[in-house]
Design a protein around this ligand. Structure first.
Ligand code: G6P
Length: 614
């Protein structure tokens, strides 16, 4: 995690860097800092604990001039979040400064070696070790900064996106990456660099996605130059950025999360555009068409993901097994990568990741790739690391998701995976034509049906206030809606800090029922499908113990709505598509409870949007 940004050109760097840091704050926000070289050749470093706004307040009376600089917003890994541990870090001589996103795993060994050479450390971070190593290498090997960076990175085990300034050379930024993202923006006589393209978009639409183990040198008056850390020259590939400034603004909503919830009808239309074709009675996914045989011959599909994306994977397990009749295993990436899994050459491994950068998911697919499996990824951020190393995939195209709690990315992932399940099933002949056509038509209706749910937003906001007292919540669902229960509980935990558990409804009897009392709100997802009758019995069990039931039901429902204390309706749909509707009220419920509790909805404590550390 952490966000990095850099600028070199003719403008004042500070405003560009601060604006960039605000855009990257979703990546971490426990401390922030900036380094600038002014026209007198001074290298000024300012840092503050807390959000970027704290840094801005801290520098009000400081010299922030200069047309070259780097800045950082941090999510702490090594060392507590305080001012000393904030980036940028100086080298011993204070000639160099660095910002870093990632983890230097062998920092302890490197630090010990440097201490023997008389180096002192101000912070407890792994990053400071790297800048000291770069300085040590520069001096002892008598090389220029780019070479020192190359040589130092050859000794590093871990992940990094770094940018380095040298006060003796105010015309150059040296940056590099491995495992953590890094994008360079190429303007007229100026360069930008950042963890993603959001700080760059308003200045230029020409970008270079820096590759793993590549070092990029940005020098005034010259073309960007790229080499690998082993000094192999690379030709910079300039790409056109598909991102607009509007997508990065709140557009009148109080929070990005609410904006993103309300965007879902439109984002799902975009995700399905050119793929779901009702007139032609067809779903076309190019990633599937191009690799048809791999899917049709797959003996097994392994889905690997983290967080909300893992919940989308669970829903896909129901859909793929139902329609394509291929066994599916859904794995937490962090467990999969370390548990010596059995992976066959004819397995298809599907990675799901909004950011496309999650370290554990990236490592999981690297492992699967080495074992010869076919890697298909479902990602949102175009050009991110996961899609780049995958054999094929499908972008969700929902635009930037800025709220840390994922909403529109989740519904698009479920949609993409459902389309994939239908494509495989249709080709294999494991789904009846009528059912395929019914679901295809219904997919096309989903955006409109989501819009209908929004009419209940004010009512949800009203009754959300009642539940601010709760210390705990239980979420129950069955079948396709069991993962939705997990997702609803996760949303509430993430942004309101209320403890919440998601459970398969029938499992309640095996433990959680002991927790039910008058105090306990129980959210029950009970649309009119498969296990409806069974869930009615589960609700009776809750009522008998005086639990408060908040039910999500299909329009026209009378039984559950009469039994529940609060009820939200969703339009009727195909069972496999119910998650796309039932999750919407749960997103809104979590949002409004968090707002009523005055929480920082878009940047909840301790979380970050893109988890590029293990
Ligand atoms: C973090 C985010 C979650 C996200 C998870 C996986 O925990 O806060 O919202 O679901 O990472 O991220 P990915 O980008 O791989 O979907």
């Amino acid at each position: 995690m952490c966000g990095i940004v850099g600028y070199i050109g003719n403008r004042e760097a500070y405003p560009v860097l601060m604006k960039g840091l605000h855009r990257l704050e979703y990546r971490g926000y426990d401390s922030a800092g900036v380094a600038l070289i002014n026209t007198n050749g001074q290298l000024n470093v300012y840092k503050a604990k807390g959000k970027v706004a704290e840094l801005e307040a801290f520098v009000t009376d400081k010299d922030v001039s200069g047309s070259i600089g780097i800045a950082h917003t941090r999510w702490a890994t090594h060392g507590e979040p305080n001012q000393v541990n904030a980036h940028p870090h100086y080298s011993e001589s204070e000639q160099l400064a660095i910002i870093h996103n990632g983890i230097i795993e062998n920092y302890a060994v490197l630090k010990e070696g440097l201490m023997k050479h008389g180096y002192n450390f101000r912070s407890t971070t792994d990053t400071e070790v790297l800048i000291q190593l770069i300085e040590y290498t520069k001096h002892t090997s008598q090389v220029d900064l780019p070479t020192a960076v190359q040589l130092a990175l050859n000794q590093v085990v871990g992940a990094y996106a770094i940018a380095v300034l040298d006060r003796q050379n105010p015309n150059m930024i040296v940056a590099a990456r491995k495992g953590s993202p890094l994008v360079v923006g190429v303007g007229e006589g100026e360069f930008f660099l950042a963890s993603d393209a959001t700080p760059i978009v308003e200045y230029t639409n020409k970008v270079i996605y820096v590759g793993d183990e590549e070092v990029v040198v940005l020098e005034r008056g010259k073309e960007p130059s790229i080499t690998t850390i082993t000094n192999v020259k690379k030709t910079p590939e300039i790409q056109k950025l598909e991102l607009t400034l509007n997508q990065l603004e709140k557009g009148g909503y109080p929070h990005f999360m609410l904006k993103e919830i309300f965007e879902q009808p439109q984002t799902l239309r975009t995700s399905m555009k050119g793929r779901v074709n009702v007139d032609a009675n067809n779903i076309a996914l190019s990633g599937f068409i191009d690799n048809r045989e791999r899917f049709l011959n797959a003996k097994r599909i392994i889905i690997t993901a983290c967080g909300t994306s893992w919940h989308a994977g669970l829903i896909a397990m129901y859909a793929i097994e139902e329609f394509a009749r291929i066994p599916v295993e859904v794995e937490y990436s962090s467990e999969f990568r370390y548990r010596k899994p059995v992976i066959h050459k004819d397995d298809v491994v599907i990675a799901i990741s909004q950011s496309g950068e999650t370290a554990d998911t990236l490592a999981a697919i690297q492992l699967a790739k080495e074992a010869g499996a076919f890697i298909f990824s479902i990602c949102n951020v175009v050009g991110a690391s996961i899609p780049r190393i995958s054999d094929s995939g499908c972008y969700t195209h929902v635009g930037p998701e800025i709220g840390v709690a994922s909403t529109k990315a989740f519904t698009a992932q479920v949609t993409a995976l459902t389309m994939l399940a239908l494509c495989i099933g249709r080709e294999k002949g494991t789904i009846a034509k009528e059912q395929y056509l019914r679901i295809l038509k219904e997919l096309d209706n989903i955006p409109e049906k989501i819009s209908k749910i929004f009419h209940q937003n004010d009512r949800i906001a009203d009754f959300a206030k009642i539940f601010t007292y709760a210390q705990n919540f239980i979420y129950l669902g069955r079948g396709y809606n069991h993962p939705v229960a997990l997702e609803g509980a996760l949303k509430l935990k993430e942004i309101s800090y209320i403890h919440a558990e998601g459970y398969p409804a029938a499992e309640m009897k095996h433990g959680p029922i002991a927790l039910i009392s008058q105090e306990m709100p129980v959210v029950v997802i009970a649309p009119n499908c498969g296990t409806y009758e069974k869930i009615v019995s589960n609700i009776q069990e809750i009522k008998a113990r005086e639990g408060k039931v908040i039910a999500i039901v299909t329009e026209g429902d009378t039984i559950v709505s009469n039994m529940s204390n609060f009820c939200i309706t969703v339009p009727e749909t195909e069972e496999c598509l119910t998650p796309l509707l039932t999750v919407i009220p749960l997103q809104l419920l979590a949002y409004h409870i968090a707002v009523a509790k005055d929480r920082d909805v878009d940047q909840p404590r301790n979380l970050a949007k893109s988890v590029t550390v293990e």
